[in-house]
Ligand binder design. Structure first.
Ligand code: ADP
Ligand code: MG
Length: 322
């Protein structure tokens, strides 16, 4: 492990408008009666302007909680969050309104939240622009129809189109007012596999053509095939990430490269797959090397047979730990 800093993402260096996302030690504790749930436990996340990032994690890992905070509807218990230069912990009522209308767009997990059922898709998009105060609505509508291929369904209601068309319409509503940042919570949650893949490719095209910073939250691990960077969230903390860019973060044979995120206290989470394969538990032995840190089973693998061949066994040392 030679490089423990945040990996280069291949995204553009911040120039022009700030469309970045920064979360520092984000904590969100829900308290109801005498039960306390720590939904976010010191989450760190950086997304540069114009980047497309997928945030993946099991159900209950804190994804929607994070998007609730980034959307400005919920507040963190501790820590900081900045989106497009706006400090979300210090918003006035007025700046919050401006933030919702102009700075961020959403595709919500609850599909009924994205589109008004009794309005046509065209009227849904126009309504979003009216609320957001976009002036050239006809021009913007034409751009969105083109970008999201909505020409055939404009005069239909959300209940009268396919799931994929409905989600593209939801994306059009999210982008109606040219937001700096698009947040999408499980946008493919109700789509079949091939329609999901199509929607993700659409989001990639939109990101590429508009430069809108896009954060897609999902429990579907196959999303990483469609984005440059996938960040995993576990127990309310970002744990590992996969880079798939053409230059940085790719091994010579073109395989995506795995990274773990080290927080300020030096904590990192090993990928569950590594833990399972090497049978790591309770206490592991660390070995400091000139250019990396070795992590070994605390019992040195001698009590039970290893679950799989230890591929990183080349620099194992002989001495025991305890
Ligand atoms: P995800 O979107 O990854 O499935 P959530 O952010 O919805 O996860 O939830 C994270 C954790 O916080 C879960 O344990 C969930 O039960 C809890 N949680 C979410 N919202 C609330 C709430 N309003 N009150 C209490 N607990 C909540
Ligand atoms: Mg969720």
């Amino acid at each position: 492990m030679t490089d423990t800093t945040a990996p280069a993402t291949g995204g553009p260096l911040t120039a022009g408008p700030d469309r970045s996302i920064h979360c520092r030690e984000l904590v969100r504790i829900y308290t109801s009666e005498d039960v306390e749930v720590q939904a976010l436990q010191g989450l760190e996340l950086d997304v540069v302007s114009g980047e497309l990032v997928a945030l993946v994690g099991a159900s209950g890992s804190g994804k929607s909680t994070l998007l609730g905070i980034l959307s400005g509807l919920d507040r963190p218990t501790a820590g900081s969050a900045t989106v497009a230069g706006v400090d979300l912990t210090a918003m006035t009522r007025k700046s919050r309104l401006h933030y919702h209308r102009r700075v961020v767009g959403f595709v919500w997990q609850q599909t009924e939240r994205n589109l008004v059922p009794y309005l046509t898709i065209e009227d849904n998009v126009l309504l979003a622009m009216q609320i957001g105060g976009t002036r050239d609505r006809a021009g913007r509508l034409a751009t969105l129809v083109d970008l999201l291929d909505l020409g055939d369904v404009l005069d239909r209601r959300p209940g009268e189109v396919s799931g994929g068309q409905r989600q593209r319409a939801a994306v059009a509503v999210g982008l109606a007012n040219e937001p700096s940042v698009l947040l999408a919570d499980e946008p493919t949650g109700e789509l079949d596999e091939s329609t999901s893949a199509q929607l993700l490719e659409t989001l990639r095209t939109v990101n590429h053509e508009t430069g809108t910073t896009t954060l897609i939250v999902t429990h579907d691990a196959t999303v990483s095939e469609h984005v440059g960077r996938t960040v995993r969230i576990r127990d309310g903390r970002t744990s590992t990430e996969t880079l798939r860019s053409t230059t940085t973060g790719t091994t010579p044979d073109g395989e995506p490269q795995e990274f773990a995120l080290v927080d300020r206290a030096g904590r990192l989470q090993l990928p569950q797959e590594y833990v399972d394969r090497l049978g790591l538990q309770d206490r592991v032995r660390l070995a400091m090397r000139p250019d990396h840190v070795g992590v070994y089973r605390g019992d040195d693998g001698q009590t039970t047979a290893p679950a799989a061949p230890l591929s990183a066994a080349d620099d194992r040392t002989e001495h025991d730990d305890a």
